[in-house]
Write a protein that binds this ligand. Structure first.
Ligand SMILES: Nc1ncnc2c1ncn2[C@@H]1O[C@H](COP(=O)(O)OP(=O)(O)O)[C@@H](O)[C@H]1O
Ligand SMILES: CC(=O)N[C@@H](CCC(=O)OP(=O)(O)O)C(=O)O
Length: 297
């Protein structure tokens, strides 16, 4: 007689089969935000998920942030972090700190992936001219070395995927004069998802998803239409780092990334829960034509 526990395990694996088939050889861009990186155990569970996706035949690409860590180190060095609409004002010293910290985060993630037996390569947007940037202005105001992605040269990522590496990208770009620019990691993930014709773009952050009212935890929006995003932002219901995230969700959906999600990186195995179960978690962004499946809570 076979132990029921093992049968249950087999059942779980079989349930995953249609999802594995659907995403087989498909590109999934996982934006791993610094806000969801603060706990070592949770970071490990995120990395385990991505490694599993890779081993069952998906093509994940990690684009990471590290905003909290950049702020922590800036303060240690006597630099006061300053943000406008979720974007860091980046003077020369801040740029230096950002590049240093993001590279450190990048190599740490690479080591964690490698420790689980998958070949990973950490690169920045400067490598192979992956992210060509130009200076980004905030309502006409100069905010320093903040980069807006002007073009993407996806060749390096295509080559890495072809050779079965798991690419880990840090959001630093370069302009035509080879100067470094600090790119918001959400913007970098969106630009790469579009350029790589990704099937899915998942933003892992430190909230359950998007709230209609950030002060009301019962106001989670399970499904959000792209056309509702502008209103949500202009009404002041969305602030800080959620602004670039939602604008990037809108941009990605309108440029044919089929599935865009904002997920709670604090939930262990949130990526597996989202991909391998019918019941959605977090906030799913729907295209203009799509119908809702879930009721807002
Ligand atoms: N309406 C909203 N719903 C959810 N989060 C919001 C909302 N408005 C503002 N936020 C803020 O956005 C933050 C997520 O963005 P950010 O700090 O940049 O995270 P990440 O490092 O994951 O990119 C949340 O911690 C939250 O404080
Ligand atoms: C220009 C800009 O805002 N760059 C971001 C880059 C890191 C980032 O986006 O990190 P999270 O994803 O953790 O927020 C910053 O300096 O914080």
């Amino acid at each position: 007689m076979v132990n029921q526990k093992y049968l249950d395990k087999a059942e779980v694996l079989i349930e995953a089969l249609p999802y594995i088939q659907r995403f087989n050889r498909k590109i999934i861009v996982v934006k791993y935000g610094g806000s969801a990186m603060t706990d070592e155990k949770l970071t490990r569970s995120v990395i385990q998920d991505v490694v599993l996706l890779k081993l069952v035949g998906f093509k994940p690409i990690i684009v990471h942030g590290g905003g909290k860590e950049i702020s922590r180190w800036s303060e240690k060095l006597g630099i006061k972090p300053q943000f406008i609409d979720g974007i860091r004002v980046t003077d020369e010293s801040t740029m230096e700190v950002a590049e240093m910290i993001l590279n450190k985060v990048n190599k740490k993630l690479v080591a964690q992936i490698e420790s689980l037996g998958v070949k990973a390569v950490g690169i920045s947007g400067k490598d192979g001219q992956l992210l060509k940037t130009q200076r980004k202005y905030s309502n006409g105001k100069d905010i320093g070395y903040v980069g807006e992605v002007k073009s993407v040269c996806p060749k390096i990522l295509q080559n890495l995927l072809e050779d079965d590496f798991l690419p880990v990208v840090c959001p630093i770009g370069m302009d035509d004069e080879y100067h470094s620019y600090n790119v918001n990691a959400d913007d970098a993930a969106c630009a790469l998802a579009k350029a790589m014709s990704a099937e899915k773009l998942a933003f892992l952050t430190d909230m359950e998803g998007v709230y209609k009212d950030p002060k009301n935890p019962k106001s989670l929006i399970s499904e959000l239409h792209v056309r509702e995003i502008d209103n949500l932002i202009s009404n002041g219901n969305v602030g800080g780092g959620m602004i670039p995230k939602l604008l990037d969700c809108q941009d990605a959906i309108r440029h044919h990334v089929s599935r865009v999600h904002i997920l709670d990186g604090r939930i262990p195995h949130c990526l597996l829960l989202e991909i391998f179960t019918n019941k959605g978690i977090g906030t799913a962004i729907l295209g203009d034509e799509e119908k809702r499946f879930y009721e807002d809570k």
